[in-house]
Write a protein that binds this ligand. Sequence first.
Ligand code: B12
Ligand code: SF4
Ligand code: SF4
Length: 380
Amino acid sequence: MSTREDIVREYGAELGFDLVGITTAEPFLRDERAAIERVRAGMMDGLHWYTEERVRRANRPKVLLEGAQSVISLAISYNTGPPADDGNEPRGKIARYAWGDDYHDVIKKRLRQFCDGLEARLGEPVRTRIFVDDGPMNDRAAAERAGLGWFGKNTNILTPSHGSWVFLAQVVTDIKLKPDTPLKKTCGSCVRCIDACPTGAIVAPYVLDNRKCISFLTIELRGPIPKDLRPLVGDWIFGCDICQDVCPVNKKAAESLEPAFQQRHDFSAPELIPLLELDDEGFRERFRNSPVKRAKRVGLQRNVCVALGNIGDAAAIPALANALESDSPLVRGHAAWALGRIGGHEALASLQTASNRQQQKEVHEEIQDALNQLSEATKA
Ligand code: B12
Ligand code: SF4
Ligand code: SF4
């Protein structure tokens, strides 16, 4: 006869979740301490909503649901195979998790279905509260304790079957379920992710300085990308997968079977110049139901300018020169930086024309810095 835990697991699998584990609703004390330390050290700066108060709630499931007894931890893979990379036009990179539909919508819908059906399957009343990334819940701490995977040194949860290419979701519930045991696995002596991170954001094993992470800089940051970090962002225009791409555990990861997360056309390695030309309506169209919409049109175009500057292809100069007339000062400033980095007569001329126009102080400074860089390059 199936146990209640079997019913939970089988139902999760039936709804398309690749992994299902169970833990108690006891607090995640190690994680709470670590997260508070991280906030106090300024390493979560820039995420204004990530407060000590939120950390306390996120690590105490009983605060999140009155009478909570268990947390059902679920994972679904988004590993949809190698990035498409065709054509010679300058192209950027979007992180794999954003190649398909927005996971918040897809997973939330499925979690609601899971909770609704659970009562019928178990034959008892079940109270639940669901979380997918956006609520106050420490998804990784729950997944680790429920035995879904272990904390990698890059801070991602590594699952033995699907690597770290998984979204995590939690159902806090008032029913008592037998908890699974955490895995005994660790990263051992491997440090590939720490060595590969271009910005040095993994400052120690299991410790990420959010302020340096390309994922933060290209998705969450609303203002200018700090100048010293721009060259290190490379061609990433939304998120970053470097510390996962180099991970040996991910080399053996099973592929995602979820249709909603399959790669949309020109998403993994999109052509950059057309992105620079999008207006608000065009952006909405292109990124409807996609996680990329979180960066907003202006944020994405800021990132595209940085990527074009780093790629250094002179074919981008006319589009960047046009971007010097963008309605957004942020885009104008980053376009100036990119032109300064690419260099050449055409770039110089467009920067000089823009500098003669009235500009906001920040944009004016970006243009002057770019012009200085070009005149130093000419001297050298
Ligand atoms: C804030 C946030 C970010 C921030 C900060 C990242 C970070 N490391 O915290 C930014 C914007 C940078 C980010 C980036 C990414 N994110 Co994010 N993010 C979150 C969010 C909302 C909160 C995470 C959090 O609480 N961080 C606080 C810090 C303190 O926690 P931590 O870094 O995990 O550190 C823990 C360990 O240090 C552990 N610990 C402490 N001491 C010790 C000692 C030992 C021995 C061990 C083993 C562990 C350990 O305790 C800490 C707290 O749990 C979660 C969703 C959620 N609600 O949980 C998603 C989440 C973590 N992100 C996710 C993803 C997919 C990403 C990206 C891969 C996206 C991308 N490709 O660009 C990158 C990965 C970057 C990286 N290397 O971590 C997934 C991760 C899935 C997984 N397999 O782990 C989550 C869970 C969303 C989801 N529900 O699926 N993210
Ligand atoms: S996501 Fe990129 S920048 Fe962030 S820690 Fe990983 S490799 Fe470093
Ligand atoms: S690259 Fe190595 S150290 Fe980093 S998460 Fe993967 S196994 Fe762990």
